[in-house]
Write a protein that binds this ligand. Structure first.
Ligand code: DC
Length: 243
């Protein structure tokens, strides 16, 4: 990106929504874009994961079922934020003041998150928070409903896809790299289940916004994907600059 483009991005701050299936490389792309443009990156999935961790830790899951009424009673007491961790030099998710960044990435949390993500009251609370994070613009947010529900007026909407087997392989390698004891088959199963849950839930299901640009990254590298996405963003920024 040249100096003039970087200047444009800072003066004409826009909102970039990155939606798509799980383990599609959304966060990698969103972080790259935010880093290049000097924007704030927000991981909306981390917020759903934090609520899942909360219900797991507070006895609100019994025999694999969510105690929905119990959750609704304590919802106001669930405080989710993103804070800068000076030691790691990165933003981390906090749940009621505790750094839960590592914990929310576990398979256990991944398996519980679809208990809480379809609950309309959970979505309403988190969407409100997400909209507040984006009020100042200059934000790149990734999730499932960012371009459709959270920021329907986002200037750039990207919709990411990749074949489930490709996503499972990437996720499996990532988990293995962290020393987790996992089987490829269970990772693939988890991805298929989450795809189904994400696209069929009643509240804010994953759908492609009509004005979103679709990027299938099954057969391209992260770098190629970034170049594609940055081209789209720069084109929009040039247009916004002329308005
Ligand atoms: O992006 P992720 O895999 O970390 O998201 C975790 C879960 O949260 C996933 O199962 C879908 C859900 N989610 C959602 O329902 N809406 C969002 N905006 C982001 C994530």
């Amino acid at each position: 990106m040249c100096v003039a483009q970087a200047y444009f991005a800072r003066v004409n701050r826009i909102t970039i929504a990155v939606d798509g299936f799980s383990s599609c490389g959304k966060s990698t792309l969103a972080k790259q874009l935010a880093g290049h443009l000097g924007y704030t990156y927000i991981d909306s999935g981390a917020m759903y994961r934090a609520v899942a961790l909360y219900v797991m830790e507070n006895g609100l899951v019994k025999d694999g079922k969510l105690d929905r009424e119990g959750l609704l009673r304590v919802m106001d007491g669930i405080d989710i934020r993103f804070q800068h961790d000076p030691l790691a030099n990165k933003s981390v998710t906090t749940l009621n003041g505790r750094n839960v960044e590592e914990r929310i990435r576990s398979m256990e949390v991944s398996n519980h998150v679809t208990l809480v993500s379809p609950v309309p009251e959970v979505r309403a609370k988190l969407v409100k928070l997400q909209q507040a994070f984006g009020r100042e613009k200059g934000v790149v947010m990734d999730g499932r409903d960012i371009g459709t529900v959270v920021f329907p007026d986002a200037e750039v909407k990207l919709y990411m896809t990749a074949r489930p087997e490709v996503r499972a392989q990437r996720r499996y390698q990532e988990l293995k790299g962290k020393g987790a004891e996992v089987e490829y088959a269970s990772v693939l199963e988890n991805i298929r289940q989450r795809d189904l849950d994400d696209t069929t839930r009643k509240a804010d299901p994953l759908t492609k916004a009509p004005d979103a640009f679709e990027i299938d990254n099954s057969d391209i590298t992260a770098e190629e994907q970034f170049v594609k996405a940055l081209d789209i963003v720069l084109e929009v920024l040039a247009r916004v600059g002329q308005e």
